[in-house]
Design a protein around this ligand. Structure first.
Ligand SMILES: [Zn+2]
Length: 436
């Protein structure tokens, strides 16, 4: 893969510039025509090459010719994350969603669920690269990528490739080893950061602990954060500490980038290679601009042509012009989860996982997961009622905490509570976080 050059005019200025200017500034009418044309193309292709997409259309009596415009998408059933897991169990490994033979894939990713994801040989997704350029990333920047490279597609396929395509140099650091990451930043003078905002806060705290001056000893100028909610208080704290610009992107491992902020911090622009609908979660019908609903998306990716993927996230779409010059619609903000599933430290967790943890320990009679946030870090507590008092609760506590790590891939604390503490009909996952 060759590194394509960025337009020269944009190179030095972080406050202006686009990744694909002609697409990003196209008129509303032209954009609709462009999206409809690409939609017809991918529907034809996927109907022919993906059994899951064909079955989905057949199940409601649709043929590709019935889908001419983005409005016609309403006729197609929504596929949720849970559906993906079930379909993949029935028809492993991809549930028939793959659009090419397995021999043509470059990598296969595994996301929690487990969900298997076909990885492209020639990755050409636009969204993350558009987002990083909008955040001020420029060719020649050196970026430390602290998203996890293991199993999941985000760090390697999506962010790493996008940095390369912009023309940035990448340090594939992955998550963890905070002290080592501080030393790398100091020695290499990396000026760009990709990762979660809370991990950047860890880095800041560690560097200060090591006696470093964040503005002089660390050279960070731009940051692209994702996979967890970004409170404005945390953003401004980090921007001031490092004297850097921080912008966020939004998407899922399955379908890629669905939104990114520009310098105007005006919501998240929908990338030009996705169709994003906001729908009534009960009816699946589009609610129109300005109204809240579930984010449902379609991609033009032939390797993994997800059509009408229901993210389970709630948002509002706006089409009012953005002063940055981009004409794409924007997701105003992520309002929360449609169901009880949620994200903790960037990882998806759902009630089924809480039950799985409980099933490993016969002493447990009832469990409730409480998510809180302390000093900009997510905390997960398993409140557990036991069937009867036991002599060595500390040992059981540690065993359950290990099961939590194994099942959910995030750390959680166990708190034993007296019988009757967790009310009947209580939510399995109680999200108590606030985002001021
Ligand atoms: Zn904008």
């Amino acid at each position: 893969m060759r590194r394509p050059p960025m337009p020269k005019e944009d190179v030095m200025d972080r406050t202006r510039g686009f990744y694909k200017k002609n697409l990003e500034t196209v008129s509303h009418k032209k954009r609709i025509e462009y999206l409809n044309q690409r939609l017809r193309g991918i529907i034809q292709y996927a109907y022919k090459n993906s059994t899951a997409v064909r079955n989905k259309l057949d199940s409601v009596g649709l043929k590709p010719k019935d889908i001419q415009t983005t409005k016609d998408l309403e006729k197609i059933p929504i596929t949720k994350k849970g559906d993906l897991v079930e379909l993949q169990k029935k028809n492993p490994p991809f549930g028939g969603f793959e659009g090419v033979p397995i021999s043509e894939m470059r990598r296969i990713y595994v996301s929690p669920g487990p969900i298997f994801e076909p990885g492209e040989a020639d990755y050409d997704e636009l969204g993350w690269a558009q987002g990083m350029v909008a955040a001020g990333f420029r060719p020649g920047d050196m970026a430390i990528n602290t998203f996890s490279y293991h199993m999941v597609p985000f760090a390697l396929q999506m962010i790493d490739n996008s940095l390369y395509r912009i023309g940035c140099i990448t340090i594939p650091a992955g998550i963890g080893n905070t002290e080592q990451q501080v030393n790398i930043l100091k020695t290499l003078k990396a000026n760009a950061y990709c990762g979660t905002a809370s991990f950047l806060l860890n880095i800041a705290e560690k560097a200060e602990e090591m006696g470093l001056d964040l503005k002089k000893d660390i050279n960070l100028k731009v940051g692209f954060v994702a996979t967890e909610m970004l409170p404005e208080s945390l953003r401004s704290k980090l921007e001031q500490k490092f004297e850097m610009i921080i912008r966020q992107g939004y998407g899922t491992a399955d379908i890629g980038c669905l939104g990114y902020e520009c310098l105007k911090k005006n919501g998240m622009h929908v990338p030009d290679d996705k169709i994003v609908e906001i729908v009534d979660p009960n009816t699946g019908k589009q609610v129109g601009p300005g109204k809240a609903g579930e984010i449902v998306a379609a991609t033009f990716n032939k390797v993994y042509p997800l059509i009408r993927f229901g993210t389970g996230d709630l948002s509002i779409l706006t089409e009012t012009p953005c002063p940055c010059g981009r004409t794409s619609p924007r997701l105003i903000k992520i309002l929360g989860r449609v169901d009880q599933a949620t994200k903790v430290r960037g990882l998806f967790i759902h009630p089924g996982q809480a039950d799985e943890v409980a099933s490993k320990h016969p002493q447990i009679s009832k469990v409730q997961v409480v998510i809180t946030r302390k000093e900009h870090k997510d905390e997960m507590t398993f409140r557990i009622e036991l069937k009867e008092e036991i002599p060595q609760p500390q040992k059981l506590k540690e065993e359950i905490e290990k099961s939590i790590r194994d099942v959910m891939k995030v750390r959680g604390d166990v708190q034993f509570v007296p019988k009757g503490t967790i009310p009947e009909g209580a939510k399995k996952i109680e999200d108590q976080r606030t985002w001021e």
